[in-house]
Design a protein around this ligand. Sequence first.
Ligand code: MG
Ligand code: FE
Ligand code: FE
Length: 168
Amino acid sequence: MGKRGISLLRGIEAQTVYELLNKAYCDEWLAYYQYFIEAKVVKGLMKDAAIVELTQHAADELRHATMVCDRIIQLGGIPALHPAEWLTNCNCGYDAPSEPDVRKVLEQAIKGEQCAIGVYSNILDITRDKDIITYDLVSQILADEVEHEEDLQALFDDIEEFIQEFKK
Ligand code: MG
Ligand code: FE
Ligand code: FE
């Protein structure tokens, strides 16, 4: 743990921050896998557009896992070392795409993004003016999660609209 870097913390324990980050880290791995496998199994209307989006999001979640992991280590914490911890230590759980219809998959993914937005906005509240490095990092991730939710919802709405037009 770098001493000068850690001295930037103001009125917050490093442990408080890395424990929150470790939970988010578990969420990121689960989100990564959920998108990865959704992109493989998804079926139905406009599934090609969905596959492009889900694959991009999988890559983003893996990048988030890397960012969060590096910060946990900087703070002197130990990131989850075993995948079993992903499920036991996460905030948002894991939704297996057991119904691969594109709308169902998108609904599950939107729910996951909404949970992630809640998790990261909570970390921002806790670290604001106390840990500027984590605050800045989490702000960047949160912006991605907001974009993810928007992309998925827009695609979901397009599919719904297409179905409504078709029914006329
Ligand atoms: Mg996207
Ligand atoms: Fe993420
Ligand atoms: Fe996301």
